[in-house]
Design a protein. Structure first.
Length: 461
């Protein structure tokens, strides 16, 4: 077993034999300067202090894993527990526990498997991810937005909106990888990680998490492929896999393209815009072959190539094909439209299936709260709507949110009417509904302005 790092070195060795400054900034600096460097010593960055930060970065109300330990329970005697955990990690005595499987409903009525890790596994994964991010944040492409530090879904939506308006996009390829997290090839993933990471202790930790298996209904089972959805390390591992499978390959593919090609990727969902139809179809064919080499395939039911862009309406009308098709990305339906001046505009509204699913959830909870005081239910609805607006209140979507608010009000009205034989009137409850249900207001600015501002902030002159 590897000895525990009691005294940390002042500099960090790399494969080349050179040494860089101690600490995570030094790792990032080296990763930025040496794109082919393999880091041979990374585990010493997983300190007790980093484990402490990782613990407090976890969700405090998350469901416990197979250990049954909650965040709050682990906080008692935290200093000694983290010191012991640190020692086990560095001695090689740490053992990853299986993930507890839970099933969560999807918008299409199906279920998605979720893996809930034990609390100590979450802490160690969070710390290791913090270290590895220093390397991969210098490698990942700018059009990759999913589950990365300082990046979010609205930045991806902004980038897509700007690309569709400013680039010569006539065709959009909406790709969806079938069961990506379940079918990811672990051995290929480890080979990809080893291109940048040569610290055998870090590699051993990752293998422990991948091979820990799952427990469902008290029964342990081995998983030979994939990485558990819900594990702290899974988003980074997924991004590493897709970086080498899709991003680097797409960069090379685009260099040979004759027309404009643009891409925005959020985890395993991606939108690729093309100027030329023949190149769009060739990319789709090449991508299918590329994914096959890595044990993946496209979901044919969700992967679509559609005519989209400033000329889509005119071209479809000439062919008698009706309105241009739309696509959905990150919960928003993207539609070819025109502004008040008749110029091309991308209209984005909340996807219908997502809106219906949320209304169903609210309806079920209202039934459960039927006999609670109006003020208590109203406060809950106010919190739900504000959270919903926080994500969906983008330019052009306010009318849809107002309709959503009306639909919520009607459901609450009907629920209140079922509490007694004397049904209330809308006039009587109207003020109550208006008091508790906030009116949607714009939360996010126009994407052009925010996208340009973020680009300037990231690359100041």
């Amino acid at each position: 077993m590897t000895k525990e790092n009691i005294v940390e070195p002042n500099t960090q060795p790399t494969q080349s034999g050179e040494r860089v400054s101690q600490g995570l900034p030094g790792v990032r600096q080296r990763a930025r300067e040496q794109k082919q460097e393999r880091f041979t010593a990374l585990l010493h960055h997983v300190t007790v202090e980093l484990l402490w930060e990782s613990y407090y970065a976890l969700q405090r109300n998350a469901a416990p894993g197979v250990d049954g330990v909650t965040w709050k329970e682990y906080e008692t005697g935290l200093a000694e527990k983290l010191k012991d955990l640190h020692g086990r990690v560095h001695r090689g005595a740490y053992r990853a526990q299986p993930s507890k499987r839970r099933w969560i409903p999807k918008a299409n009525g199906k279920q998605r498997p979720l893996g809930i890790a034990a609390l100590e596994d979450k802490i160690v994964q969070q710390a290791v991810v913090k270290v590895l991010n220093q390397i991969y944040e210098e490698d990942f492409r700018g059009y990759s937005y999913g589950f990365r530090p300082g990046r979010n879904q609205h930045q991806a939506l902004d980038a897509l909106y700007v690309s569709l308006k400013r680039r010569k996009v006539n065709w959009v390829l909406d790709i969806d990888i079938k069961g990506f997290f379940d079918n990811l090839d672990r051995e290929l993933l480890m080979e990809m990680i080893e291109l940048r990471v040569a610290d055998t202790r870090i590699l051993r930790l990752i293998r422990k998490w991948l091979n820990a298996g799952i427990i469902e209904d008290g029964e342990w089972s081995e998983t030979k492929s994939g990485t558990p959805q819900g594990a702290v390390a899974s988003p980074l591992l997924a991004n590493v896999y897709l970086h080498y499978v899709i991003d680097q390959w797409t960069d090379q593919w685009m260099r040979k393209a004759q027309g404009d090609v643009t891409i925005v990727r959020y985890a395993d969902d991606a939108i690729i815009g093309f100027q030329n139809e023949n190149e769009a179809r060739r990319y789709l064919k090449d991508l299918q072959e590329r994914l096959s080499d890595f044990g993946l395939e496209l979901n044919e039911d969700k992967t679509r190539l559609i005519r989209f862009g400033r000329f889509a309406r005119m071209n479809r009308e000439e062919r008698g094909e009706g309105k241009p098709e739309s696509f959905t990305f990150l919960g928003f339906q993207h539609i070819c439209a025109a502004n008040s001046l008749g110029r091309f505009e991308v209209r984005r509204i909340t996807a219908g299936d997502r809106r219906r699913k949320k209304l169903q959830e609210i309806q079920q909870e209202l039934r459960r709260r039927m006999h609670e005081p109006i003020a208590k239910t109203g406060a809950w609805l106010r919190s739900v709507l504000r959270g919903y607006y926080q994500y969906h209140a983008i330019p052009g979507n306010i009318p849809v949110l107002k309709l959503f608010r009306t639909q919520v009000a009607r459901r609450w009205f009907r629920t209140l009417g079922q509490r007694s034989q004397r049904r209330p009137t809308w006039e009587k409850l109207g003020k109550v509904l208006d008091h508790w249900l906030p009116i949607p207001e714009l939360v996010h600015p126009f994407p052009d302005a925010r996208y340009d501002a973020s680009r300037i902030a990231a690359h100041p002159r």
